[in-house]
Design a binder for this molecule. Structure first.
Ligand SMILES: [Zn+2]
Length: 268
């Protein structure tokens, strides 16, 4: 089945955000499969085994997250071939899904690149042991309260750039999405599924600059409207050794030994 509304409410919310973000980044995604009944799962399992076709699933009912409304499959919908992966399309979209807390089948061995699932409510084995059937699990969904947050638009300024973000205003406190904050502060945001750590990192770029008529490439960070360039690299280009004296906590620039030697020769 392709109906997204058959999925767990939390997964439905995530899909909406995921599709929106993917589209923003230029990826047109189509959801091809959501909930699978016992009959559908076992028919699919037979495919490539006792029935003709390619193997498309590795598990029987009830051990697929599709059987619990906790998984969906996608393909591309940009007219370049539904499963064309020559441009690493599925990897790129997989990373977007992971940033929303989804597990991506492309990280598995064997891979299942079109597949995404939400593991928040336990393994399929746990769901089976606890709820016995999909219907039993689904009953618990009704207890989930629809959060009634107040969403408001606020303007935020960083350096000279003003941007509008939709934030939650709860008891007088403003809650901005970490993703939005990272964008405002010009940081890279990434999520590691293994460590479950979200990182905000400086965006390190490279710049070509001229030093004594010679073009060199240095790493740089753009912050507060200034380019911060790598001290060691610029020092090197100017003929200095750059180091750090930990005891006095000072960075030092020393004229390179090779240059000092040259001076010595000149003064002889
Ligand atoms: Zn799947």
């Amino acid at each position: 089945m392709k109906d997204v509304t058959l999925l767990h409410p939390e997964l439905q919310k995530i899909i909406t955000q995921f599709l929106k973000e993917a589209e923003k980044q230029g990826f047109i995604v189509k959801v091809t499969d959501t909930l699978r009944t016992k009959k559908e799962q076992n028919e699919l399992y037979a495919q490539g085994r006792t029935n003709p076709g390619n193997i498309v699933t590795w598990v029987k009912y009830p051990y697929s997250n599709h059987n619990w409304g906790m998984a969906f499959d996608i393909c591309r919908n940009d007219g370049k071939g539904a499963y064309n992966d020559s441009d690493n399309w599925f990897f790129k979209v997989g990373q977007i899904g992971k940033s929303f807390g989804l597990e991506w089948g492309g990280d598995w061995k064997p891979q299942d690149k079109p597949h995404f699932q939400l593991n928040k409510y336990g393994s399929t084995n746990y769901l089976f042991q606890t709820y016995k059937t999909f219907e039993g699990f689904k009953k618990t969904w009704e207890d989930l309260k629809e959060e009634d947050y107040m969403f408001v638009e606020r303007y935020y300024k960083y350096n000279d750039t003003i941007k509008a973000y939709t934030i939650i205003n709860e008891n007088g406190e403003n809650y901005i999405k970490l993703r939005d904050l990272a964008q405002l502060l010009n940081k890279n945001i990434s999520y590691d599924v293994n460590t479950k750590i979200t990182s905000l990192d400086d965006i390190i770029e490279t710049k070509n600059i001229m030093v004594n008529d010679k073009e060199i490439t240095v790493k740089c960070i753009d912050s507060n409207g200034f380019n911060y360039i790598n001290a060691r690299e610029i020092g090197d280009a100017l003929g200095y050794d750059v180091g750090y004296n930990a005891s006095i906590q000072k960075i030092f620039f020393n004229i390179k030994k090779s240059i000092k030697e040259k001076f010595k020769i000149l003064f002889k």
